[in-house]
Design a protein around this ligand. Structure first.
Ligand code: GAP
Length: 496
């Protein structure tokens, strides 16, 4: 498990400008979160890398950006109006609302009759040690009876246009997937694609979760990165149905992607849905689980949705959503493999896995070992002496040049040791320090050597590099995948 507890991470995220509670000055909005200056960079980097790897670098994928508000019939056809529900119960005393299927996973409050009514908080699922009672009342207040379970639809309802009437009802999309299905034919006709091919989309989704929580793990407004990969169900690959083979391939691709960008392999595992867990549209679903501080939980799902969605939309819209198989001379409805990941959950997992505390020269160092491609800031340019105008001017000049290609920050608000620690704590992979030797001392007639110190975050090693080499060095490190070891071997070490 990651060294970080959720509390530690929440505190770091707020302190350093990654994530803030939404509308905090008004007391906060239930389970909505705002991404601050560093959070938005990290989130954009995750989305950019995902899009690059799964859309641009493959010749069997295209992208889409569908609207959030869609025709209400979309949600009837997809089954969301009838089935996208959670069973909920209410406390008749304190009015708190719980998911009926998760109520026994919470610690519960008990006024024990065997101890003159003393109040205890008892671990989830366990009986009272004194009287042996099990929870029947509200787990929060310990007093109220609970209502019978009722189905609660998780979609946010709203009205399209100026009149709030039934005919104007629509919903904020609870998944990006349906925007892809309803555009299947548009994409097919406009791109002349052949099966198999996929359509990817990144965008906001909204769910009125009954029990959101665990920071950004389950919120009411979140972002998804989804792929609908369309496959010819009549084709066979290696003697197996093509949809089953592609499902296995996507599971492997997704798992490899998360570990490539930093999640420890031990912290990721697969979970095969049992028959009773499968969604109504799914032939097979496998979840990628991550070892979050609250336990193994879903990071993403990879489902074989068969031809369910295209057939439903065809039935409800009256439009044909088929593909013409030239070889077999037949119209068919493709099967769909759906890798569906949450951006916010991915971001949480990357942060947790990157977080480390260590002792350096008797002091605690907090470091976010984020993959350089994900790190919000790639390079920090720091002056060793901010009183020396030539040093500061050189820093600003370097920052301006480097930031054209890699987000680069200048900071002079503390002594160099503290500046390094601040960058470690937000995951900046490289710091460049300009000092007296770089610029020289005109008063003493000393010329500068035109070299700066590059410090690497993980090893804290420092090398001395000519300013003229900086862009080549960072292009190798940040764009071409060269290792620090390779680069450091070509330059003299600098004093720590
Ligand atoms: N189109 C399929 C679909 O939406 P899902 O398992 O409901 O499947 C996919 O959601 C992913 O979206 C989840 O694995 C998770 O990463 C993310 N996700 C779902 N609900 C979320 C929520 N309330 N808050 C944050 N992320 C969520």
């Amino acid at each position: 498990m990651s060294a970080a507890t959720m509390d530690v991470l929440v505190s770091l995220a707020k302190r350093r400008g990654f994530i803030f509670q939404s509308s905090e000055i008004y007391g906060g909005t239930g389970s909505c979160w705002d991404y601050g200056p560093l959070g938005v960079e990290l989130k954009n980097n995750i989305k950019r890398v995902w899009w690059r790897d799964f859309v641009h670098q493959r010749d069997d994928m295209v992208g889409l950006d569908a609207s959030i508000l869609m025709h209400a019939m979309v949600w009837k056809a997809s089954g969301h109006i009838d089935h996208f529900t959670d069973p909920m119960v209410d406390c008749r005393e304190c009015q708190h609302r719980f998911r009926a299927d998760q109520i026994d996973e919470r610690d519960w409050t008990h006024y024990c009759p065997a101890t003159k009514g003393n109040k205890f908080t008892i671990k989830a699922g366990e009986p009272c040690k004194h009287c042996g009672a099990r929870r029947t009342l509200c787990p929060d207040c310990g007093k109220g009876e609970l209502t019978a379970p009722r189905q609660f639809n998780l979609m946010f309802k709203t009205f399209m246009g100026p009149v709030e009437e039934d005919a104007a009802v629509t919903y904020l999309r609870p998944e990006t997937a349906q925007g892809i299905f309803v555009n299947f034919d548009n994409v097919l006709q406009s791109t002349r694609r052949k099966l198999p091919f996929g359509i990817a989309q990144i965008g906001k989704a909204f769910r009125n979760e009954i029990t959101p929580g665990n920071f950004i793990f389950r919120s009411r407004e979140f972002e998804q990165m989804e792929i609908e990969f369309f496959v010819n169900p009549h084709e066979r690959l290696d003697g197996r149905p093509a949809d089953e083979v592609w499902h296995d391939r996507w599971i492997a691709e997704c798992q490899a992607w998360f570990t490539r960008y930093g999640l420890a392999a031990d912290n990721v595992k697969l979970h095969e849905h049992g028959r009773d867990e499968l969604a109504h549209y799914s032939k097979r679903t496998v979840d990628l689980l991550y070892k979050f501080p609250m336990g193994w939980s879903e990071l993403m799902g990879i489902a074989n949705r068969t031809d369910f969605d295209l057939k439903q939309h065809s039935k409800f819209s009256g439009k044909s959503l088929t593909y013409f198989d030239e070889e077999r001379k037949e119209h068919l409805v493709p099967f769909v493999i759906e890798p569906s990941a949450g951006v916010d959950r991915a971001l949480l997992a990357f942060l947790l896995d990157a977080y480390q505390e260590e002792e350096v020269r008797g002091e605690k160092r907090v470091v976010l070992r984020l993959h350089p491609e994900l790190a919000p800031i790639k390079i920090a340019v720091l002056p060793l002496l901010k009183k020396r105008a030539e040093i500061v001017a050189t820093c600003h000049d370097l920052r301006r040049r480097l930031t054209r290609r890699w987000l680069t920050l200048y900071d002079d608000t503390a002594a160099i040791g503290r500046l390094y620690r601040r960058q470690d704590e937000v995951g900046t992979p490289y710091c460049v320090t300009v000092d007296v030797k770089t610029v020289g001392d005109a008063d003493k007639g000393e010329a500068g050597d035109g070299k700066v110190t590059i410090r690497e975050r993980d090893t804290m090693e420092q090398i001395r590099v000519p300013i003229a080499d900086l862009e080549t060095v960072f292009a190798r490190l940040l764009d071409a995948g060269a290792s620090w070891r390779e680069i450091a071997a070509g330059y003299p070490r600098a004093e720590g």
